[in-house]
Design a protein around this ligand. Structure first.
Ligand code: CA
Ligand code: CA
Length: 407
């Protein structure tokens, strides 16, 4: 290509880029009304938590009137709102979940990948102690056993041939991951609380049915968290119920940013990572005893996986009391946190806030109903803005043109 042609070509590309930037006309509805622009005016924002104990009242201009936010913690930022939902709204969502039908969380074990499991020989002495075997089973099957379970397993299977409570390479050869899986499956069948999650849940898509109660709650969420209503409409809504001993061991609601793996959307559910900017967890009933939401690494100076493993911090079924931050359930209360920081450059999904590691403590008495409201984005800001634009158009046109799949 000659220099002149190359220049023209470059100019042409630049013109196309400028044209596409300016042709993007995005309108969103937020607390300052409807605002249109090229997309730069839309950024993910965070509620200002200031310091622990900080209280702010937000007028919602709806049947509820206002929502009061209290900062519970700053690392990670965790905010509580008593009476975010009215008792009637709570009952409505519980009923909706019952009508839809809840499903048991997985009690069938994961298949060990490639028929292998990762041995957790922490001290590298080529022998698995009882504790190392516990961690091996935890890492491979998401099942949390006690030392006595392991010893019982050795006794019943004869795997620990010399009875020294250590499993050597030779002893390991006498059983396969599939045999171990079958044994663990038996234990979990008899004791479902040993699984990392013991609950029933259902995904609800009330935004597809123009549900009025849900629409009002979405508006309230947008108002309180200060994000565009069109983004809130992209949220996922899941209702979960826990019976006695029901719990959910500590985890992250979103995944670490990995540019090569795309974010999951309602259309893309395979080979993707979960991207949930923030979590708004609603308690839909009063729990008699237990069922707190715990943040086991809140306010730690650093976050180190080795220590988390050694201290079994993930195991909220047993270690809940030790958590530095616990939120007690109460009907209508919401607890709010940000799974991700905001990327300064484009104002969209930034790095995972690993201190948001959290879970549900076991219910000791009564039942617990919650709803997870996950504000979803992807790390592709323009695609998200275009989706949001469809919601904006649907709300301004008489005949919404979105198909169910697009929603
Ligand atoms: Ca060892
Ligand atoms: Ca042995």
């Amino acid at each position: 290509m000659r220099t002149r042609d190359r220049c023209l070509f470059t100019l042409h590309i630049a013109a196309v880029l400028i044209f596409s930037a300016y042709s993007l006309d995005i309108c969103v509805t937020d607390n300052s009304g409807v605002r249109c622009g090229d997309g730069n005016h839309v950024r993910l924002t965070r509620i200002q938590g200031n310091e622990v104990g900080h209280v702010q009242k937000i007028d919602t201009n709806d049947t509820l009137g206002s929502v009061t936010l209290t900062t519970l913690n700053t690392k990670p930022l965790v905010i509580e709102a008593e009476s975010f939902l009215s008792p009637e709204e709570c009952d409505y969502f519980v009923q909706m979940a019952k009508d839809e039908g809840l499903k048991e969380s997985e009690t069938v074990l994961n298949q060990p990948e490639n028929q292998r499991f990762v041995l957790r020989d922490h001290d590298g002495n080529k022998k698995l102690s009882v504790r190392e075997m516990r961690h091996t089973i935890q890492g491979s099957f998401d099942v949390f056993l006690e030392d006595e379970d392991i010893l019982k397993l050795y006794k019943e299977t004869g795997w620990d041939k010399n009875g020294d409570e250590l499993i050597t390479n030779d002893e390991l050869k006498s059983f396969t991951p599939m045999m171990l899986q079958a044994e663990i499956q038996k234990i979990v069948k008899a004791n479902p609380e040993k699984h990392s999650r013991m609950s029933k849940q259902v995904w609800l898509y009330p935004d597809r049915s123009k549900d009025k109660v849900f629409a009002e709650v979405q508006k309230r969420v947008a108002k309180v968290v200060g994000l565009p209503l069109e983004l809130i409409k992209l949220s996922d809504f899941q209702v979960v119920s826990y019976g006695i001993k029901g719990h959910y061991n500590a985890h992250w609601d979103s995944a670490r940013v990995e540019p090569k793996v795309p974010c999951c959307t309602r259309e893309r559910t395979k080979q993707c990572r979960i991207c949930r900017y923030m979590t708004i967890l609603f308690y839909l009933n009063d729990v008699e005893e237990g069922g707190e939401t715990a943040f086991p690494v809140a306010n730690n100076s650093t976050l180190d996986y080795q220590t988390m493993m050694e201290k079994d911090l993930v195991d909220l079924y047993r270690k809940c009391e030790e958590s530095p931050l616990k939120v007690s359930p109460a009907k209508g209360k919401a607890v709010i946190w940000y799974n991700h920081f905001v990327d300064d450059a484009n104002g969209w999904l930034g790095p995972l806030d690993e201190f948001t590691f959290h879970g549900g403590c076991p219910v000791k008495n009564g039942v617990k109903w919650i709803a997870n409201f996950w504000v979803k984005t992807t790390d592709h800001k323009i695609k998200d803005l275009k989706k949001m634009q469809k919601f904006y158009k649907a709300s301004t046109e008489k005949q919404p043109k979105m198909s169910k799949e697009e929603l």
